[in-house]
Design a protein around this ligand. Structure first.
Ligand SMILES: Nc1ncnc2c1ncn2[C@@H]1O[C@H](COP(=O)(O)OP(=O)(O)O)[C@@H](O)[C@H]1O
Ligand SMILES: [Mg+2]
Length: 303
């Protein structure tokens, strides 16, 4: 039985998903390797569509999906499962109203976590930002990916290992290693997956995503995308602006009913605020001022 602690997602097409030629290409390549039994890994900077693509590929596979987000605090038992099941009884003390007595009932019970559930039932696992977890926590994946066997800690009460269901598929995503909070992924683990590097979207895809997500006109979406790409290509930002910046600007314009024209001060302000904020994650006034200056020129040029 699958415990209620594990959320299993139905494989559904994503709403507002844009499928341009480049998106189709990468999806098909990923599915090709998956059909050959190889796990895939989408690697790329923030905002290059890794998580969305992983979910899209998973929906094409058609099996139920479990998703894990990499986390520094993770231990193997967060992935595999462990002995949980303390029952808490809350007792409110009527006389001292602030006191909440908690009675513990120590019935230990093994609870399978997401990875175990996915292996056992042959679901698709999306392990998003897996390099944020410490390598030791991820070691369990080595035998799953190569020997199709999962070692189980004692306590689970069955066999010491679990045979991975043949339908099990793993899709990984990660940011390149220079990002803060990211561990170098172990070479042994990376050797067992097909890594596909993603970059920022091509022009056509970026416009289509901006338009689809905001419901703005195409020509207005193009103006925004030109400004954001101009800033990205300037190479003057601490962090390159992403399609998220395009979407945020476009949605704000739509909701506020603002036209993207250089004569419109509100448009300039929105572009400067959103793009300065997106591209300088370390608070620095000089960075922000420099970005705002570049944005001002780009707004003049493209709108
Ligand atoms: N093919 C696509 N169709 C529609 N929207 C997309 C597509 N790819 C990415 N997006 C949107 O772009 C933004 C960034 O994508 P995301 O998958 O979160 O990137 P990453 O995981 O690389 O940081 C999100 O708002 C996402 O909804
Ligand atoms: Mg992501």
């Amino acid at each position: 039985m699958i415990d209620e602690m594990t959320t299993v997602l139905e494989p559904r097409p994503l709403p507002d998903f844009v499928e341009t030629k480049s998106v189709k290409d990468i999806t098909n390549r990923a599915l090709f390797y998956i059909k050959a039994g190889l796990p895939v890994h989408f690697r790329g900077p923030s905002g290059t569509g890794k998580t969305t693509l992983a979910m899209h590929v998973a929906s094409k596979i058609g099996r139920p999906v479990v998703m894990i987000h990499g986390d520094e605090e993770f231990t193997t038992s967060d992935l595999v499962g462990g002995e949980y099941g303390y029952r808490f009884k809350k007792i409110v003390d009527r006389f001292v109203s602030r006191v909440l007595k908690v009675e513990e009932d120590m019935v230990k019970r093994w609870v399978d976590n997401r990875l175990t559930v996915a292996c056992k039932y042959g679901f698709t696992l999306i392990y998003d930002e897996f390099t944020r977890s410490r390598p030791e926590a991820n070691n369990i994946l080595l035998s799953i990916l190569s020997e199709k066997m999962m070692d189980l800690p004692v306590g689970r009460g069955e066999e010491p290992y679990l045979k991975v269901d043949p339908d099990f598929t793993a899709i990984f995503t990660s940011n390149p290693e220079e990002y803060a909070g990211v561990h170098r992924s172990q070479d042994a683990l990376r050797d067992r997956m097909i890594t596909m590097d993603l970059d920022h979207f091509d022009y056509e895809t970026e416009v289509a995503i901006t338009q689809r997500k905001s419901k703005l006109f195409k020509k207005d979406s193009e103006k925004i995308v030109n400004i954001v790409r101009g800033l990205r290509e300037s190479g003057k930002c601490e962090f390159a602006p992403t399609v998220r910046g395009c979407i945020m600007i476009a949605k704000t314009l739509k909701v506020q009913n603002i036209t993207p024209a250089k004569s419109n001060g509100a448009f300039m302000q929105i572009c400067q605020d959103i793009l300065a904020s997106e591209t300088s994650r370390v608070g620095s006034k000089t960075n922000q001022a420099r970005v705002k200056e570049i944005v001002e020129k780009l707004v003049g040029k493209y709108s």
